[in-house]
Design a protein around this ligand. Structure first.
Ligand code: NAD
Ligand code: UD1
Length: 336
């Protein structure tokens, strides 16, 4: 099977490319390198010893995307390409709506034109808003609290409508919980621009001495130690979920929706402790006010993905921290 990976130079995309190549898929990557660089793809080739085509193309450029489909015939697309920073999406919402929604509309239109009607889409647990209870099941009510989350929710509705209009499509919507970690080779990992917003990249930059001190956003939540609880999932487990989803949509599946999480919630302080243990470094932290928009607890019920996809996250919390640390130590400035 030949797979087009949009956003394949990015964090989750690059890890998924490794697994796809190792599993014997032929791939091509389309990315505009807005939030990534070609070095990640060079390293994917180093890790796997396999080659593939890279198209530096923006999904907003209809003709360029169409040209990629003229050049190669794809059996399915894994669609990672999108902008993902929540804070930035509130500051420049139009750019987020245009990039994520128009980009997806272009992609789907071109796929249909070329008879490629199998799609795996990167959604997010953010579509559950502030859930009434945890663990979160796929049939919980959906809502979004920021433009980035809105684009995920809107694209989910668009894809469901697309399927209703044309049952030849098979679409897997994957709702990621909190991806962390890096490939065990230490060659690819998360390379945030500027000061990280997410917890684990921030913690690892404190541990390596690039940042002074972690601010723990709130210790008065109704959780075991008062700090926020999340479902951290190793990026290689997450990537594997995409291979499982591809197998699912290779059969006639229609639209399917799955949580990709571990089912276990860890607090911010759990994560700090685990990271200190894995790295042998002290992570200096202070308690700070809650971050606006944050919720107390968010973790998946992973039963549906286990039963229908055979998806099980196998990496431990220690693996997540050790692999992040190896990537951070070997690449203190990311890919630069
Ligand atoms: P990333 O920024 O590392 O990767 C996204 C890639 O898409 C980047 O390489 C970027 O250059 C590319 N891209 C963006 N807009 C594009 C466009 N118009 N045309 C072509 N390429 C474009 O992000 P990631 O963490 O790998 O996330 C991948 C996907 O998963 C995103 O859609 C993101 O919203 C979603 N997601 C991520 C997380 C997370 O915590 N990382 C959580 C939930 C969902
Ligand atoms: C964030 C996004 C979410 C996205 C997810 C992907 C927000 C509000 N939500 O989720 O849309 O899908 O990333 O990974 O940005 N924390 C600190 N100090 C820090 C950073 C984080 O204490 O410097 C805490 C947070 O309060 C939270 C936990 O760590 O309790 C995890 O935060 P983060 O990594 O930003 O992820 P989410 O907020 O879950």
């Amino acid at each position: 099977m030949r797979i087009l990976v949009t956003g394949g130079a990015g964090y989750i995309g690059s890890h998924t490319c490794v697994l796809l190549l190792e599993a014997g898929y032929e791939i091509a990557v389309l990315d505009n390198l807005d939030n990534s660089c070609e070095e990640s793809l060079k390293r994917v080739k180093e890790i796997t010893g396999k080659d593939f085509n890279f198209y530096k193309v923006d999904l907003l450029d209809y003709d360029d995307v169409n040209e990629v489909f003229n050049k190669e015939k794809f059996d399915a697309v894994i669609h990672f390409a999108g902008l993902k920073a929540v804070g930035e999406s509130c500051a420049i919402p139009l750019r987020y709506y245009h990039n994520n929604i128009t980009g997806t509309l272009n992609l789907c239109d071109i796929m249909a034109k070329h008879g490629c009607k199998k799609l795996v889409f990167s959604s997010s647990a953010t579509v559950y808003g502030d859930p009434h209870t945890v663990p979160i099941k796929e049939d919980f009510p959906l809502s979004a609290t920021n433009p980035c989350g809105q684009t995920k929710l809107m694209i989910e509705y668009i894809l469901k409508d697309l399927y209703k209009s044309d049952n030849e499509w098979d679409i897997a919507i994957l709702r990621y919980f909190n991806p962390v970690g890096a490939h065990k080779s230490g060659k690819i990992g998360e390379d945030p621009n500027g000061i990280p917003n997410n917890l684990i990249p921030y913690v690892s930059q404190v541990a390596v001495g690039k940042l002074e001190c972690l601010s723990v956003f709130g210790n008065d939540y109704n959780t075991k130690d008062g700090t926020g609880v999340r479902d951290y999932i190793h990026v290689v487990d997450l990537a594997n979920g995409h291979l499982k989803a591809l197998e699912k949509i290779a059969t006639k599946s229609g639209v399917v929706v799955y949580n990709l999480g571990t089912g276990t919630g860890y607090s911010v302080l759990d994560m700090v402790k685990a990271f200190e243990k894995a790295s042998g470094k002290t992570v200096k932290y202070k308690i700070a006010p809650r971050r606006p928009g944050d919720i107390a607890e968010c973790y998946a019920d992973p039963t549906k993905a286990r039963e229908e996809l055979g998806f099980i996250a196998t990496h431990t919390l220690d693996d997540m921290c050790k692999d992040t640390w190896r990537w951070q130590e070997d690449n203190p400035n990311g890919y630069k």
